[in-house]
Design a protein around this ligand. Structure first.
Ligand SMILES: Cc1cc2nc3c(=O)[nH]c(=O)nc-3n(C[C@H](O)[C@H](O)[C@H](O)COP(=O)(O)OP(=O)(O)OC[C@H]3O[C@@H](n4cnc5c(N)ncnc54)[C@H](O)[C@@H]3O)c2cc1C
Length: 352
């Protein structure tokens, strides 16, 4: 189904009322020839094409002048071998519902990733992660349509080049893939992962902790900690945790001994973006209808009537404050989309 000049307000978790020139609901693989013809036409007119899942990691900065493909492919196939449960999940399935249904079926391994908004097809793109587990830990392979040659292809886990909030789909294959399904492998011999963040409370009883307990704890902690996008528009963590040189980390620690810091295998040091923003006194800071969440400095919210410009101005203000105070440049995790396709905070600000 194709819609013209369609509002995207209900298709992005910031609830920004941008419009798409064309919106294609991709619900069955049999629509592929029609979709590929449309994409070809858009390209010949120099119009951008955007693949969209649940819109929970996307900020629409303007109306989109091209084709938005809303991926709504559904279906889950289950099988098993001696040691594993194997799942093939279509890209339009809701991620949290998948996690919940596996737990209900006593298939464990996804519990740490409960309540991450969005759909399955987006999970490999930024290699979603939470509480010490990442998508890459359970992924066997990813099926996708190559939007350049129209062919259906498969990438193995290794070929996806997964890294922290990153994959080949954000690099070499950016803007040329439409993920149709993912294959997951969950060991029958389940092992708890609860050494991370607030799950540490469960750690002492790790020998007896159940996947259901972890699932319930993750859901509870996340519901208490993060605003529900259905109530308060937001896109989760707005900025990535910055990774800085050991030298800079040392300098900062000499002034802020309490600064959270996580040395990395390559000698760099990861810092907590939320802590840096909080130290600038920005919790609750508002610009227009946009605000830094009063409890979670890393989350920018739509108080109800924010325009994309409000969110952009606020994100810029936050970035500048952190840069001035700590000499650390924050990068946004949220994908910025303007009329012509992907852009970034710096470019959007330069054009204001
Ligand atoms: C309250 C909240 C909490 C969050 N917590 C976390 C967290 O703990 N960990 C975490 O990692 N993320 C988190 N996020 C971010 C977000 O949920 C994830 O990035 C999620 O995977 C985005 O899914 P989506 O379907 O909404 O993606 P969208 O925003 O629709 O798309 C994100 C990107 O994926 C691409 N994409 C989507 N579907 C496809 C497809 N089928 N084929 C090819 N490309 C595709 C899009 O083009 C875009 O580049 C959170 C967000 C919110 C709002």
């Amino acid at each position: 189904m194709i819609e013209k000049n369609s509002s995207l307000k209900t298709f992005n978790s910031f609830s920004i009322d941008a419009h798409a020139h064309l919106l294609f609901h991709f619900q069955q693989l049999s629509q592929l020839p029609e979709l590929l013809t449309l994409i070809k036409k858009m390209r010949s007119l120099n119009k951008p094409v955007l693949v969209l899942g649940g819109g929970s990691n996307t900020l629409f900065c303007n109306d989109f002048s091209g084709l938005v493909i809303k991926v709504e492919l559904m279906g889950i196939t289950q099988s098993e071998d001696e040691l594993h449960h194997l799942l093939q999940v279509a890209a339009g399935e809701n991620w949290h519902q998948l996690v919940k249904s596996t737990i209900q079926q006593e298939i464990y391994g996804l519990e740490n990733l409960a309540l991450i908004p969005g759909v399955v097809g987006a999970a490999p793109v930024q290699n979603i992660g939470a509480y010490g587990v990442e998508f890459k830990d359970v992924c066997v392979s990813v099926d996708y349509v190559d939007l350049i040659d129209g062919e259906l292809k498969t990438l193995s886990n290794e070929d996806c080049l997964f890294a922290y909030r990153d994959s080949i789909f954000k690099g070499e294959l950016k803007d040329r893939t439409l993920i149709t399904s993912v294959s997951l492998k969950l060991p029958k011999q389940w092992q708890a992962h609860c050494r991370y963040g607030l799950l540490k409370d469960l750690d002492e009883t790790e020998a007896s902790v159940s996947a259901l307990q972890i699932f319930d704890n993750v859901c509870r902690i996340r519901s208490e900690k993060l605003p529900d996008p259905r109530v308060l528009g937001n896109a989760g963590s707005f900025f990535k945790n910055p990774v800085v040189s050991a030298n800079l980390a040392e300098q900062l620690l000499s002034h802020h001994a309490e600064m959270p810091n996580y040395p990395q295998a390559d000698g760099m040091v990861k810092l907590a973006a939320g802590w840096l923003i909080d130290q600038c006194g920005l919790k609750g800071k508002t610009i227009g209808g946009a605000a830094v969440h009063k409890d979670q400095a890393l989350v920018l919210i739509n108080n109800g009537n924010a325009t994309a410009q409000d969110v952009i101005q606020l994100a810029w203000f936050v970035r500048e404050q952190v840069l001035q105070k700590f000499a650390v440049l924050l990068e946004h995790e949220v994908r910025f989309i303007d009329a012509l396709g992907e852009t970034n905070l710096q470019r959007v600000i330069n054009n204001v």
